[in-house]
Design a protein around this ligand. Structure first.
Ligand code: GLP
Length: 243
């Protein structure tokens, strides 16, 4: 628990930097990092970019996988996670373009695209560290309430609450928010050797309480972290209100 969003972001950025350094990644043994989207990661992304610029760390031998992508908007749309990731993180890093993995929400065969993504992760030996954000309803990636805890990367219809929550990025107009997305599954994330969940703000306090003080429940999918041997939640004081 840290005081506020800034301290949470600083902590996570520092943690990622140290984990990558300790791992001593090389071309043949890259560090495989899972990344979230949404507004929560913006500040730790900025800090990672600053570390990189200052020569304190390098993404040269880091491979990334993002959690999710909308279906039905072009890659170049300002709210696609492709654009979001490039704008907020990748263009500021020394990461190689071929080391960036994103789901393609415009693939002709979406199910084949999900299989391709899982196979690519497996071919790299799995994810070393998956960093997640959550929605106020306890979803991570787009593993909406009711998602199977054994789910893998798949096509998912978004919950009404998520569409409403994300409409702020689409001019407040829920009709403009995609209704379908591709997302890594609960089990895909839980297969990572380490999972780190970022939870800030009073609006996520019920989700945090459900996640850590109640049972593992597919209606609050982030509660699956209770089963993880190396699961870490980094939250601010506001998010602990219901604990
Ligand atoms: C979306 C994303 C999630 C993210 C969530 C929370 O639904 N698919 O991966 O965790 O938003 O976003 P924010 O950080 O803006 O609250």
């Amino acid at each position: 628990i840290r005081n506020d969003y800034d301290e949470v972001s600083a902590w996570i950025a520092h943690y990622i930097k140290e984990r990558i350094k300790q791992f001593q990644p090389s071309k043949d043994r890259p560090f495989v990092l899972g990344l979230p989207s949404g507004s929560s990661p913006i500040s730790f992304f900025q800090r990672l970019a600053e570390f990189c610029k200052a020569g304190e760390m390098s993404f040269e031998n880091v491979v990334t996988f993002n959690m999710d992508e909308y279906v039905g908007i072009p890659k170049t749309h300002k709210e696609s996670y492709y654009t979001y990731m490039n704008t907020n993180l990748f263009k500021h890093l020394d990461i190689k373009p071929e080391n960036i993995n994103l789901l393609d929400g415009n693939a002709c065969d979406l199910e084949a695209e999900c299989r391709r993504y899982e196979a690519k992760m497996a071919s790299l030996g799995g994810i070393e560290l998956f960093v997640c954000g959550i929605g106020p309803d306890g979803h991570f990636a787009f593993n909406e309430p009711g998602s199977s805890l054994t789910s893998r990367t798949r096509v998912k219809t978004l919950a009404y609450e998520t569409i409403v929550a994300n409409s702020r990025f689409f001019g407040g107009d829920i009709t403009k928010v995609p209704k379908v997305a591709l997302t890594v599954g609960v089990a895909t994330v839980m297969d990572a050797r380490e999972v780190c969940v970022l939870i800030t703000g009073a609006h996520k306090s019920v989700a945090l309480a459900k996640c850590v003080e109640e049972g593992i429940n597919h209606m609050w999918t982030v509660s699956a972290i209770q089963m993880h041997p190396k699961g870490l939640i980094v939250c601010d004081e506001d998010a602990t209100m219901e604990l």
